[in-house]
Design a protein around this ligand. Structure first.
Ligand SMILES: [Zn+2]
Length: 81
């Protein structure tokens, strides 16, 4: 198997163009974002974390992958195992 590895991590959530929220799987992020780390307008997608959202005073429940529905809570749990 020689599949090129993406820039995004399937465990993480990212924000892209127009505040689109998606996880780092190639299916949800889209091939282009997954392999380049940039959204369709060429902007770097921003990785968001539970801690970051809390620090900004925002509600972590508002951030979910539009593709598979993965949320920040679940990701944080996985990360701390
Ligand atoms: Zn997803």
């Amino acid at each position: 198997m020689n599949e090129p590895k993406g820039k995004l991590n399937g465990q993480d959530l990212y924000l892209g163009d127009n505040g689109r929220c998606f996880c780092g799987s190639s299916r949800c992020a889209g091939q282009s974002s997954y392999y380049t780390g940039r959204d369709l307008s060429g902007q770097k997608v921003m990785r968001i974390t539970y801690a970051m959202v809390k620090a900004e005073g925002m509600n972590p429940d508002k951030f979910k992958c539009e593709g598979c529905g993965k949320g920040l809570h679940a990701i944080e749990l996985v990360a701390s195992l």
